[in-house]
Write a new protein. Structure first.
Length: 221
């Protein structure tokens, strides 16, 4: 039998913490941008991101990707900590205790509200030891040199650091599809570094993302 009093007194379910209409707050007069917990946010202009790619390419050449990935990992670690702390305070439970659907929806909204584009996480290959992340309209890739090679180094580092802390495993990230090469999206594979070693060679051989995933799963089988 339904307890009417319990229904009346029950707390309404909380909405998505990162909904942009409540998460982002600003003061146009002072040029301030904050999140709902009062932490300062900064806006990165395209010229700054383009300058970062240009400067690192000039100074480091092919090593620029390594430097950008390292920056992404540092960024991703801080991003995870803030994400976890704010959600625990808001929902009253650690993110590890959240239902997977709830976590994924929250993560996707968080990514979008911070202006990183649209992200989707595919857990189809999780039992094989891999997570696939799809990012559309990446502002970082859009500012990177086009038509040369996959340029999602910052996202690769961010995703690797974020999901390493979430899963408790030291994960590596390889990009297989990139908007800088004319694709409609960016695809990243997360997994243990040893398992992802062949990906670079398979890309050089011209294998597409679906084939690479098939080869990776077959390798684990």
């Amino acid at each position: 039998m339904i307890d009417v009093n319990a229904l009346i007194n029950a707390q309404p379910p909380k909405g998505n913490y990162f909904a942009p209409d409540v998460y982002l707050q600003g003061d146009n007069e002072f040029g301030l941008l904050e999140n709902r917990s009062g932490a300062r946010l900064i806006a990165l202009p395209d010229t700054l991101i383009k300058g970062l790619f240009s400067a690192l390419d000039s100074e480091l050449g092919i090593g620029a990707g390594v430097a950008l990935t390292a920056c992404g990992k540092t960024w991703g670690s801080a991003f995870y900590k803030r994400f976890a702390d704010e959600l625990q305070e808001y929902y009253g439970k650690p993110i590890q205790a959240m239902a997977m659907v709830e976590f994924l929806q929250t993560f996707k909204q968080c990514w979008k509200s911070h202006g990183y584009g649209l992200v989707d996480i595919d857990l189809k290959y999780y039992q094989n030891g891999f997570i696939v992340a799809e990012v559309i309209n990446s502002p970082f890739v859009a500012c990177a040199p086009q038509g040369k090679s996959p340029m999602g180094f910052l996202e690769a580092g961010m995703l690797a650091a974020f999901f390493s802390q979430l899963t408790g495993e030291k994960l590596h990230c390889e990009q297989t599809v990139c908007e800088s090469l004319g694709a409609e999206k960016n695809l990243f594979i997360l997994g243990l570094k040893e398992r992802l070693k062949p990906v670079s060679a398979w890309l050089t051989e011209g294998h597409d993302h679906a084939t690479i995933m098939e080869l990776l799963c077959r390798q684990q089988g």
